[in-house]
Design a protein around this ligand. Structure first.
Ligand code: SF4
Length: 394
């Protein structure tokens, strides 16, 4: 049976984390630098974390909210939440595949801070700050403000670009995380975008409901609801992140009429097994969040210890599809290195196709035929797998 724990548990924050500087949104605080951890908290750093902590250099700052810090047990160096948040010495390892900008965003940026890679939608990087920092962040080159690059979003230039590019109907606010802004700033930003008539659809990509659920106030929900249609993609990787407080925050957003989707990153030692992923997607549905994507971890510098094989991702999806509720099955994607965009990764369900029939495989591996209606020959599929008529299921 699925259960939700409170985030006010027995983690280290209750054992001595000081509230400190780093005010976010409505006044919540976070741990933002080594100096803001007191001696009791630094004692929970395993040796391997401590080395990473000291050598993080200019990669990505360490920051973590008390709520999320509370979820990390004191005595497990390989805890899945710790692995996402606390630097490890492995971050200094160099893999030949590592890149600073694995999704090729910088080369698709017509205006500083605005990425236009797909025909009808843009990614608007409205800040370089988040409530906490994920060690595998695909934008660690700019996010947190200590990376090798700086983000200088030109808001006025971006609005001008959007006004003149009438093909853009969908704007995704990300960064960084727009929900760390004040209510007033969020309202002004969304109002400015809503004033552009051809923009139909607004999205916010955020981890704030997970890191800082108390930020999802009724006032914030009312502001967001003024700008519908507005959708939110949250980012949850492990079922333990879905605490009672997070569930309630997500319900407040859902009650404001905001459709919620989740984007997970497949991470070694965090969620790279079927049972963990199945529990996660079931808990998400109970929080009224549709599991949307599982991303293969981008080839970001210093993340090789968190990356899994693509075979593992396929195995997880194969273990979900058909075996549980369709709404619980996310699309597994690779963001093609260098700027190719998201490519869906599916094991072959189409075994053969010509103008007479299509041969398909179901989740149990059974094979079926469906007659093709003829006519349009423009769509051609190569057979993805050898099959023989005698395997047909009837
Ligand atoms: S919340 Fe998103 S943008 Fe911020 S550090 Fe994590 S992955 Fe990066």
């Amino acid at each position: 049976m699925i259960t939700f724990a409170t985030g006010k548990g027995d983690g280290p924050a209750t054992a001595g984390l000081r509230r400190n500087s780093g005010t976010i949104g409505n006044g919540s605080s976070r741990t933002g630098s080594p100096l803001s951890l007191n001696s009791k908290n630094t004692s929970i750093l395993a040796k391997r974390n401590a080395a990473g902590f000291c050598s993080q250099g200019d990669k990505l700052a360490l920051a973590i909210t008390p709520h999320f810090f509370n979820l990390i047990p004191r005595d497990d160096p390989d805890d899945p939440i710790r692995r996402q948040m606390i630097p490890r010495i492995e971050e200094t390892w160099k893999s030949p595949y590592d890149m600073a900008d694995p999704c090729g965003e910088d080369s698709h940026m017509p205006v500083p801070g605005l990425v236009h890679r797909y025909p009808d939608r843009v990614l608007f990087l409205v800040t370089d700050r988040c409530a906490s920092y994920c060690r595998y962040c695909t934008r660690s080159r700019v996010v947190s403000g200590v990376g090798e690059q700086e983000l200088h979003t030109d808001f006025e230039e971006a609005f001008r670009y959007l006004e003149t590019h009438t093909e853009v109907r969908d704007v995704l606010l990300s960064g960084g995380d727009a929900l760390i802004f004040s209510d007033d700033k969020i309202d002004k930003l969304l109002s400015r975008l809503r004033a552009i008539k051809h923009i139909e659809f607004l999205r916010i990509g955020t981890r704030v409901p997970i890191f800082l659920p108390q930020r999802i106030t009724p006032e914030l929900c009312a502001i967001l609801a003024k700008h519908h249609p507005l959708w939110i993609s949250v980012h949850v990787n492990h079922p333990r992140e879905l605490t009672i407080e997070v569930k309630e925050a997500l319900e407040r957003l859902a009650n404001a009429g905001i459709p919620l989707g989740n984007q997970s990153v497949l991470l070694a030692g965090v969620n790279d097994d079927l049972e963990t992923m199945k529990t996660l997607v079931h808990k998400l549905l109970m929080c009224r969040v549709r599991p949307y994507y599982i991303y293969q971890c981008d080839l970001i510098n210093g993340s090789s210890h968190l990356r899994t094989s693509v075979a593992k991702g396929i195995e997880i999806i194969e273990g979900l599809r058909g075996h549980t509720t369709g709404y619980a099955v996310p699309q597994y994607v690779i963001d093609a290195p260098g700027g190719g965009g998201k490519v869906p990764i599916n094991l072959g369900y189409i075994l053969y196709h010509d103008n007479e029939k299509i041969v398909i495989r179901n989740y149990e591996g059974k094979i079926f035929e469906y007659p093709e209606s003829g006519g349009d020959q423009s769509v051609q599929f190569a057979p993805q797998r050898e099959y023989h008529d005698e395997y047909l299921y009837s």
